[in-house]
Ligand binder design. Structure first.
Ligand SMILES: [Zn+2]
Length: 257
């Protein structure tokens, strides 16, 4: 073998060795990067999980310590006592369909000031909202239900039975607009005002209580006009997670009833 050939084989050998080493190095680094990404993803998931847990603990405590009855679940299975009339009912300073000091314009103090804030924010966006009806006493609801019963076969899907109505809490409000002829019907949801509410109500502590796709859960047909005050914290959680009040009550551990 010539000297040249020996040198060539030697050089080639070094090159092959270097390449193999280089490849191993890359593989090692790739593995390291992959592991680091994996650890990062795992810790992200852990943080997200603990955040959810923290949020659920907070909401559980909110609902379980609700001495002021602001987060109360009222539905066909959770009925209010006939004697219950909130002690802090006031007239919110907003545009009302029924003018003057009518009982139907009353709301609990906290909900009333949140409603004022919401209506004022809407006004700034050129959206004019009207309070159609808020508080309804047990006996009034009884009369409304009985009147509805005589006119329809599906009353229970739209009109609550006495004690089952959120309007008795003083925290629920039916909202309407001139564009929908001040009517409470599905069309309100298609108006500028209905859409503004759907997108913004949670910022003021209100939620659309009977959404379109949750009828089997709430037990009520879609009511584009019916909003319920639950405070900003709970409203944001419900809005972010597309949940109804009934569902969050199923998620948390209730320590009292
Ligand atoms: Zn209503």
């Amino acid at each position: 073998m010539s000297k040249k050939k020996v040198v060539l084989i030697f050089v080639l050998g070094i090159l092959v060795g270097a390449l193999a080493g280089f490849k191993l190095g890359i593989e090692y680094n790739l593995k390291k990067i992959n592991n680091a990404v994996l650890v990062q993803e795992e810790s992200k998931a852990t943080i997200a999980k603990s955040k959810v847990n923290e949020q659920m603990t907070k909401l559980s405590s909110l609902i379980n310590n609700d001495d002021n009855r602001l987060f109360e679940l009222v539905n066909k299975d959770n009925i209010l006592e006939s004697s219950y009339i909130p002690s802090d009912l006031v007239y919110p300073k907003v545009n009302c369909v029924i003018s003057g000091k009518d009982n139907r314009n009353l709301m609990r103090r906290t909900a009333a000031s949140a409603l004022e804030e919401m209506f004022n924010a809407a006004k700034k966006d050129n959206v004019q909202l009207y309070l159609n009806s808020a508080f309804r006493a047990y006996l009034t609801q009884k009369a409304v239900y009985q009147a509805g019963e005589q006119n329809s076969t599906t009353t229970g899907d739209y009109i609550a039975r006495p004690g089952e109505s959120e309007h008795q809490t003083g925290l629920a409000v039916d909202i309407c607009s001139k564009s929908a002829n001040y009517k409470l019907d599905e069309n309100f949801g298609n108006t500028k005002e209905g859409k503004w509410l759907l997108a913004n109500a949670y910022k003021y502590g209100f939620i659309l209580r009977y959404p379109k796709d949750k009828e089997s859960i709430t037990g009520y047909n879609y009511e584009a006009w019916h909003y319920r005050y639950v405070g900003t914290e709970l409203a944001k959680y419900l809005n972010d997670n597309k949940l109804t009040l009934d569902e969050v009550y199923n998620q948390i551990k209730l320590t009292k009833k």
